[in-house]
Design a protein around this ligand. Structure first.
Ligand code: GTP
Ligand code: MG
Length: 251
C-alpha cells in the first residue's frame, strides 16, 4: 500500500481541518449551495496538486470531468499568478504549463459522465509513464446530471444504483493512482419533495458512505467561506474559515 499524499488547499486553517490537506486514496466531497465556492476549491486544488511536495503539491497532473461547463482556464492562470513565492524564484511559474497538465472533458449527460470516469482510468494508466502522473480527478458536479435526468419516485433506485457504480469507479481511480478524487455536490436552498432534506447533499447516504471526506461549504461575509468537515472517520469535526480572493484560496 502506497503512502497517502496530501494536497494543500492554499489555506492553512482549511488544511489543518483536513489533517494537512486533501488526502489521496480518498474521495473528497465538497457540497454546498450555488455560489458557495465548490468550483473555486476545485480550480485551486487543480493548481496546487502540480506543485512540488515542498510547496504542498504532489507534482502531479489533473483530469477534470466538467458537467456544468464551469471550468475557466483564465481562473487557473490567475491562481497560478497568485501562488505564494516559489522556492525557485529563478524559474518563474508558467500558467500555460499548469494548463497543459489539466485534462478537461465535458460530460454531456450522466451516462457520458460514467464513461468519462472509466476512460480516466485508462488515461491515467498512460500518464503514469510521464513525469506528471494523474494525482487528482475532479468531477464538478458529481450529481447535477443525475438530478436533472432521474425525476420521479420510480427512478430513484435506478439513479442510486448508477451513482453507486460511478462512485466505485472513482474510488478505484483514487486507489490505483494514489490520487485525490474531488467531487462537488449541490444542496438545495429549499426543501424538495423528491430529494428531501435541504441540508443533505443530493444522492443521499450512498454518496455519504463512499466519500471518505465530506466538506460542507457555506458563504460568510464578502470573500470569506466556511468549510465544515462532516462525520470524518479519523478527524475531529470542525470548521475552518478561509477566503476566495482574486489570487485564489487563502486564509
Ligand atoms: P454552483 O456550481 O453554482 O453550485 O456554485 P459553486 O459552489 O461552484 O460556486 P463557485 O465556486 O462558482 O463560486 C462562485 C463565487 O466564487 C463567486 O460568487 C465569487 O465570490 C467567487 N469567485 C469566482 N470567481 C472569482 C474570481 O475570479 N475572483 C474572485 N475574487 N472571486 C471569484
Ligand atoms: Mg460550481
Amino acid at each position: 500500500r502506497k503512502l497517502v499524499g496530501k494536497v494543500t488547499t492554499g489555506s492553512e486553517t482549511f488544511d489543518a481541518l483536513m489533517g494537512g490537506g486533501f488526502e489521496t486514496q480518498a474521495i473528497v466531497e465538497v457540497y454546498g449551495e450555488f455560489g458557495s465556492g465548490k468550483t473555486q476549491v476545485a480550480h485551486q486544488v487543480a493548481v496546487n496538486v502540480q506543485l512540488p511536495a515542498e510547496e504542498g503539491g504532489l507534482n502531479g497532473s489533473v483530469i477534470i470531468i466538467d458537467t456544468e461547463n464551469t471550468f475557466r482556464p483564465e481562473r487557473i492562470a490567475q491562481m497560478v499568478e497568485g501562488l505564494p513565492p516559489s522556492g525557485e524564484p529563478e524559474k518563474p511559474r508558467e500558467p500555460e504549463e499548469f494548463l497543459r497538465n489539466i485534462h478537461v472533458a465535458r460530460a454531456y449527460n450522466s451516462n457520458h459522465q460514467i464513461l468519462l470516469a472509466e476512460s480516466a482510468l485508462d488515461l491515467a494508466e498512460k500518464m503514469k509513464k510521464s513525469g506528471k502522473p494523474a494525482r487528482l480527478l475532479i468531477v464538478d458536479s458529481l450529481t447535477a446530471h443525475f438530478r436533472a435526468e432521474y425525476v420521479g419516485r420510480g427512478t430513484l433506485a435506478d439513479r442510486q444504483q448508477k451513482l453507486n457504480k460511478h462512485l466505485h469507479t472513482l474510488m478505484r481511480f483514487a486507489d490505483l493512482n494514489n490520487a485525490v478524487v474531488l467531487v462537488t455536490n449541490q444542496v438545495m436552498a429549499k426543501p424538495d419533495a423528491f430529494f428531501g432534506d435541504p441540508t443533505k447533499p443530493v444522492g443521499g447516504h450512498i454518496v455519504g458512505h463512499t466519500a471518505t471526506f465530506r466538506i460542507y461549504l457555506r458563504k460568510s461575509k464578502g470573500e470569506k467561506r466556511i468549510a465544515r468537515l462532516i462525520d470524518s472517520p479519523n478527524l475531529p469535526d470542525g470548521e475552518a474559515v478561509f477566503a476566495v480572493t482574486s489570487a485564489g484560496l487563502m486564509d
